[in-house]
Design a protein around this ligand. Structure first.
Ligand SMILES: *Cc1c(COP(=O)(O)O)cnc(C)c1O
Length: 370
């Protein structure tokens, strides 16, 4: 026997950490969308107007492809502070998507013997990244209407003394924002970090950023992905500069490519366009919600994000089957059904353009015909 003999699977199973072997790659759940109306991933359906697109391409043409990007992302950060009104007193750290920032936060405060607490169901990356960093993940069930169970969360915080609490607000995949008092109480009682993930800020316009002064262990997490720039992969953390300084140590030096720095700066200079698009999406959210509520045997959950979660009556429908029928008619939504969980028989639709939403509602009605 030499060192290279044996089945590769045996060695993989022996060497890869148990928690990774047990996990499922996020990509596994991302369905191919070619030729379909894509309403599964909370993307903004609109793009840049043609004239701006040309200006953007001209700007990209000036990027020096042979040079490393600016590791400090100075111009982009200036633009982010201006667009989102981020005071110079706050630290600002950029990630390759907010996913990467979640990973950086876990690298910073997680690890063996430490835990991350989050209400569940929530954004699946918190748990996946906890596993990848050897951090224990403790999920605290939301109530049946997906509101935050403040008592249960505080209990878990008292019991586990988590290094970090993640609160997605609005929450994915439920769409609701958590009660402000419960979040404040969490901030008062948590012994470690509290990250409020505001990925859907553009559709909710409520923020916990005002609490940064009062609670220096609060981090606000944002992303450009849901507001029209998913291709760029840019997320950012707003936090006390002391946290920013530590996060910079786990950030890879050139995590934001020069193409992203250039493109994001350009898009943010024209952010009023994306703001208008978000308003349009919020208007459409109202319409889609009202239409869903008309359908018998379906419960739609109120949303402050750019998607709506709904549950089909399990006596009448099978969510997987309805999902497939909708897909067969050319519309891709997300199947979140997980039996025996609060997401039992649940589907999630991203709000698209007027035309896309109409198509979705037509296909759903047809899929639910007997
Ligand atoms: C989509 C989403 C993210 C990830 O955003 P990226 O910046 O694209 O990585 C983070 N948090 C929540 C709650 C999300 O829904």
């Amino acid at each position: 026997m030499n060192a290279s003999s044996g089945q590769p699977g045996e060695r993989i199973g022996r060497m890869v950490r148990r928690e990774i072997l047990a996990a499922t790659a996020y990509q596994t759940g991302v369905a191919p969308a070619k030729g379909l109306i894509k309403l599964d991933a909370m993307e903004n359906p609109y793009t840049l107007p043609a004239k701006l697109r040309r200006q953007w391409l001209a700007r990209l043409g000036e990027v020096q492809i042979n040079r490393y990007p600016d590791p400090r992302c100075a111009s982009l950060k200036r633009q982010l502070r201006a667009t989102f009104d981020i005071a110079d007193a706050h630290g600002l750290v950029l990630g390759n998507g907010s996913d990467e920032l979640i990973q950086m936060i876990a690298l910073l405060v997680g690890g063996p013997g430490r835990s991350i607490v989050a209400p569940v169901p929530t954004f699946s990356m918190y748990q996946l990244i906890a596993a990848a960093t050897g951090t224990r993940f403790v999920g605290v069930p939301l109530r049946a209407d997906f509101s935050l169970d403040g008592g249960a969360l505080l209990d878990a915080i008292g019991r586990h003394r988590p290094a970090c609490v993640f609160l997605a607000c609005p929450n994915n995949p439920t769409g609701n924002c958590f009660n402000e008092e419960a979040v404040t109480e969490t901030l008062e009682r948590a012994p470690g970090l509290v990250v409020v993930d505001e990925a859907y800020f553009s559709f909710c316009r409520r923020s916990f950023a005002a609490y940064l002064k009062r609670f220096p262990h609060l981090m606000i997490l944002r992303t450009l992905s849901k507001s029209g720039m998913a291709a760029l992969r840019l997320g950012f953390v707003i936090a006390h500069p002391g946290w920013g300084e530590q996060l910079e140590k786990v950030r890879l030096p050139y995590n934001i490519s020069a193409l992203t720095q250039c493109s994001a700066t350009f898009c943010l200079e024209h952010y009023h366009i994306m703001r208008r698009q978000a308003e349009r999406i919020v208007g459409q959210r109202r319409e889609v919600f009202a239409a869903l509520q008309q359908l018998p045997g379906l419960r739609a959950f109120p949303s402050e994000a750019n998607f709506i979660l709904f549950r089909l009556d399990p006596q009448q429908w099978d969510a997987g089957q309805i999902h497939d029928r909708v897909k067969a008619q050319g519309v891709l939504i997300k199947n979140l059904h997980h039996s025996g969980t609060p997401l039992e028989n649940c589907l999630r639709v991203t709000i698209g353009s007027e035309h896309e939403n109409r198509r979705f509602l037509e296909t759903l009605r047809r899929a639910m015909e007997r």
